[in-house]
Design a protein around this ligand. Structure first.
Ligand code: FRU
Length: 502
């Protein structure tokens, strides 16, 4: 093992001991120490899920990328494992960027990742060139050895119009005939983006096959972190474009994650896109990966942070970066649906249900309900006008509410939109704090949604998982109130499960 990896392993072990469990999310994975971004190498082997992640253990800011590692029997109880990779070779000296992992036929585990190498500029010359290449590491899942022939895909296997500096995040998978494919994000020299396809007989020697999909100027500039899989008879290409321009409420500014749904023409090596949509309509969800669970469920997990809003975390925080709740995916009528991981119900503690609670326009302030409070909750909410056929303007909830703080989830009947607003969640930063999502169809008498709250996040599942809104909140844990309000006369049913971890 290199000195650099050994140092990271020793450091993270000691640093973790200094971080009280009570100041971490309860059931979402957070950085063992320091900084975490993208999920990497999401996989299931040896009876457990394994999630590696972009990692800089020594501070709460992004820096020279390592790979952290955690494992879990159920994607909710996580155990930290020793860091898996450090940027300790000349070809990855400026970072071991995102990638994926797969089991080899002989039982060993293979990681495919992006090695970043910046050519030092000549004295007096301020420009330097960054090279991103695809590299391998092979091991037992915990300890990996970098492949002696690294990099296995480099500039000479790029099409002429492909940039060497933005060529990253390989997603590897095995084909039914035992050979391998990998898809890699690449910026084109004219500033657009494409996903490239490579094939290999043994996952070691790679050959360029062609362009799997092209942006054609539609969604942002560089497509990062592709994932490519079959689901419910369709082929899905997940991408995380940088620098997007918003389109109504569908695609928001900056970095976001898109789901392209279509089919794969294996003969031509081309993805034929039929539908596209945003994956998350909240603030913080990026660079997700999926895993196929042993029971056949396709499960997604994302980095629960917007790259443009990382400053929401105070610089002195002992950990920065958390993963979303794992979500089960399905496709219905050309649309991706996400449902909270079913195993979440195994963490349910106290349950409280209220039915037909009236909330009146004339109520001054918000309604608190006995027993409904806390920072680790699963809330199922149904709201309808008190009189059939009548309407209301807004219905809202304040979460993580204290004297000074709260985060709002607010539905507007006329617009048929849900808004998340964390302006008063305790952030000292002038960054994006609000986002709106338009629900599909027309209001149909009853609004139903599910809200999952952990100590530092809120995730809202709308319309049976057709749309999801995710946001990190770093509110003081003492703010644990939940209240409801409306400007019309409505009736509400609410089931609240407290989430506990044993
Ligand atoms: C996405 C990303 C990836 C890259 C990694 C570096 O958040 O920019 O494209 O591999 O982060 O940490």
């Amino acid at each position: 093992m290199s000195h650099m990896l050994d140092k990271a392993r020793q450091y993270e072990k000691e640093a973790e001991e200094q971080i009280a469990k009570s100041i971490r999310p309860l059931f979402h994975l957070s950085a063992r120490a320091g900084w975490m971004n993208d999920p990497n190498g999401f996989s299931f082997f040896d009876g457990a899920y394994h999630l590696y992640y972009q990692y800089y253990p020594y501070s709460s800011q992004w820096n020279s990328m390592h790979w952290g590692h955690a494992s879990s029997p159920d994607l909710l109880h996580w155990e930290y494992q020793p860091a898996a990779l450090a940027p300790d070779m000349h070809y990855d000296k400026d970072g071991c960027f995102s990638g994926s992992s797969i089991g080899l036929p002989d039982g060993r585990r293979l990681i495919m990742y992006t090695g970043v190498y910046r050519e030092d500029s000549a004295p007096g010359n301020i420009s330097s060139v960054e090279y991103q290449t695809q590299c391998l590491a092979i091991g037992d899942g915990t300890d990996f050895r970098k492949y002696r022939k690294n990099p296995v895909i480099s500039a000479d296997q790029l099409p002429a119009w492909g940039s060497v500096s933005d060529f990253r995040d390989p997603h590897i998978y095995q084909r039914p005939d035992g050979t391998y494919y990998c898809v890699v994000g690449n910026r084109t020299t004219d500033g657009d983006s494409q996903i490239l396809l490579y094939n290999s007989p043994d996952a070691l020697e790679w050959e360029y096959e062609g362009v799997l999909a092209s942006n054609k100027g539609r969604f942002g500039r560089m497509w990062e972190c592709p994932d490519f899989f079959e689901l419910d008879g369709k082929q899905v290409l997940l991408i995380s474009p940088q620098d997007m321009l918003p389109r109504g409420l569908e695609y928001h500014n900056g970095n976001g994650t898109l789901c392209l749904i279509g089919s794969f023409d294996e003969e031509k090596g081309v993805f034929n896109e039929q539908y596209n949509q945003a994956v998350d309509y909240g603030i913080d969800f990026y660079a997700p990966q999926t895993v196929l669970a042993p029971d056949g469920r396709r499960i997604i997990i994302g980095w629960m942070q917007n790259p443009d809003a990382c400053s929401i975390r105070e610089p002195e925080s002992p950990w920065a970066g958390q993963m979303s709740l794992p979500r089960e995916l399905s496709i219905v009528d050309g649309r991706l649906y996400q449902k909270p991981l079913s195993e979440l119900s195994t963490l349910y503690g106290r349950e409280i249900t209220y039915e037909n609670v009236p909330i009146y326009a004339s109520d001054s302030g918000s309604l608190h309900l006995d027993g409904i409070h806390g920072r680790t909750l699963d809330l199922d909410i149904r709201v309808r006008p008190s009189l059939p056929g009548s309407t209301f303007g807004v219905f809202g909830i304040h979460l993580a509410e204290g004297e000074q703080f709260y985060t709002t989830i607010q539905y507007r009947f006329k617009e048929h939109t849900m808004k998340i607003d964390r302006e008063f969640s305790g952030s000292r930063r002038a960054i994006v704090h609000q986002r709106k999502c338009r629900l599909d169809g027309k209001p149909d008498g009853e609004l139903r949604f599910r809200l999952i709250l952990d100590r530092y996040s809120v995730e809202v599942f709308l319309q049976d998982g057709r749309k999801v809104m995710t946001s990190a909140i770093y509110t003081d844990q003492k703010a644990d109130g939940v209240s409801f309000y409306s400007d019309g006369d409505v009736l509400m049913d609410v089931t609240c499960h407290e989430i506990t971890l044993i």
